[in-house]
Design a protein around this ligand. Sequence first.
Ligand SMILES: Cc1cc2nc3c(=O)[nH]c(=O)nc-3n(C[C@H](O)[C@H](O)[C@H](O)COP(=O)(O)OP(=O)(O)OC[C@H]3O[C@@H](n4cnc5c(N)ncnc54)[C@H](O)[C@@H]3O)c2cc1C
Length: 557
Amino acid sequence: MQNVNAINRRAFLRGTLVGGAGLGMAAVIAGCANDPKASGDSLAGTGAQDAGATAAAPSWEVAPDPIAAEDIVVTHDFDVVVVGAGMAGCTTFMRACESGLKAALVEKTDTFNARGMDCAAIGTRIQREAGIEIDKAKVVNDLVVSSGYKVNGDLIKTWADESGRVFDDLTDMMQGMGYTVEVYQSDTANMEGDGVWYRTYPVTHNFGVAELGNGACNQTMVSALVDRGVAAGGEVFYSMPAAQLLTDDAGAVVGVVSKGPDGYVQFNAPKGVVLATGDFAANPDMVEKWAPMLQETANSVYTPKGANAGDHVNMAYWVGGSMQKGAAAAMVHPIMGGGACGTYAFMRVNKDGKRFCNEDAPLPGITNAYMTSPGHVVWTVMDADFASELSQMTLLSQYSGSTSGPFDPTLGYTPEEQMEMCLETGASVTGETLEDLAAAMGVPADNLAAAVARYNELAAKGADEDFGKDAANLFPIARPPFYASQVTAALLTCASGLNVDSSMNVCSAAGEAIPGLYAVGNAAGNFFSNDYPMVCPGISHGRCLTLGYVLGEQLAR
Ligand SMILES: Cc1cc2nc3c(=O)[nH]c(=O)nc-3n(C[C@H](O)[C@H](O)[C@H](O)COP(=O)(O)OP(=O)(O)OC[C@H]3O[C@@H](n4cnc5c(N)ncnc54)[C@H](O)[C@@H]3O)c2cc1C
């Protein structure tokens, strides 16, 4: 066993520095071109992704030979083993330990991993103190509807029912460490928006953002969760990628074998193995099979780069598991490097200089437009009045504030300053005439002129007869200089995974639960489908924390 405390301190410092970039400009600078093959390379050969691959068949379809007993250098006995020290795995580990189980946390990299800052919950003490009341059933229904009814509403209801008490525990923990816990952007939430894509609920909690900032706040919280698990008797094994599951004669999962620095290590876990290995976005074959839209993103800002190779998919399939049936939901945000000016509801055109949609769209509406546009070219077109028009825009759909980055006041720059930054990086271009602007954009000048003329006609009429945008957000493009800002799409995570039931048991394609095998966090499916729903900003973390906590307790019963 490793020296857990020493590793924790060192790993925490490293994690803070490396993973500190959250949403916003820093995240983009840290990002890489979205080549899953390239990003997967950094950890190639360490995990389950290699074990079963052949030239002819994808890795998950061909179970490798079991690792021979003589190749096992050490065997550990635990009640449960949690595979993956992300937010979901660390929470499951912590709560399993505190519920009386002897638990191990087994992680591929040399530290736990966390990022971002938003965590969604309903019915917390912090919300009650702020006088926030939320119609829980309406939220659950909105989340189910936004997936196209392709998720397990029972799992979502568990999040809605349990997140209050879970977050109260986390709030006590973080406040006890001297950090602020608050509900973020509750003033701009829009619970009565017209339709699910135009609503946002005040569910977003920040744990220590005020003191620690984006990224470091969640790393601090996850570090504390690991420490709680260790204090309750758990053991942590870093640099220990899980490679294969162990099953008994009846097919129940009873352990896992990892590939440690000194050879294979066997972890016996008669009460269950929890796969909490994140998503599969760094595995090109899995992306091709289950989430081909990810190939259309501009870059990936996931950290730790390459760790999300879909090892859980291989391991689960080899023992009879399956993938969620609903289409994958990816978290893709229109983040741009060097400042971001392209995502508010100004007119947008494609590479032909033609308008193609209602621009007043939630984040998936913006990034999906990028991913499906010919040549991945989408421009937002504005005139010299963009800053004053921005302040007149009605509340846009779903959290189009700081996550999308455009003219984000929390970045500390005025809209004009952000535009200047975009001009410097090339994310924006400008022209004294529309013809100049078209040349700078590389789109046909006559098409752009026609699109602007039509747009101005609709603005004068006060009705978007072409694409149905709210007239309050139709501003004429008339006063030079003119500006155009590129819209882009950065991949954060793919929030879709294994077919699990309401108990988070991994199931076969026929829906039969595999005894002893569970999945949580992004490794688990049936919680999101089609698109990541911004109706509850931070629900990815909210799910990891809540369902991880609930699963840790459930395993002890
Ligand atoms: C920049 C950024 C900002 C974000 N901000 C937010 C936000 O504000 N709110 C929000 O809700 N969501 C946010 N997200 C998404 C969110 O971070 C993830 O969806 C969520 O944390 C996933 O947690 P997880 O525990 O399921 O997986 P991960 O955090 O991906 O952790 C999986 C862990 O498993 C390990 N692992 C992989 N394979 C193996 C193996 N074979 N053996 C052992 N270990 C293995 C990995 O190394 C990793 O430590 C953000 C994402 C990014 C990239």
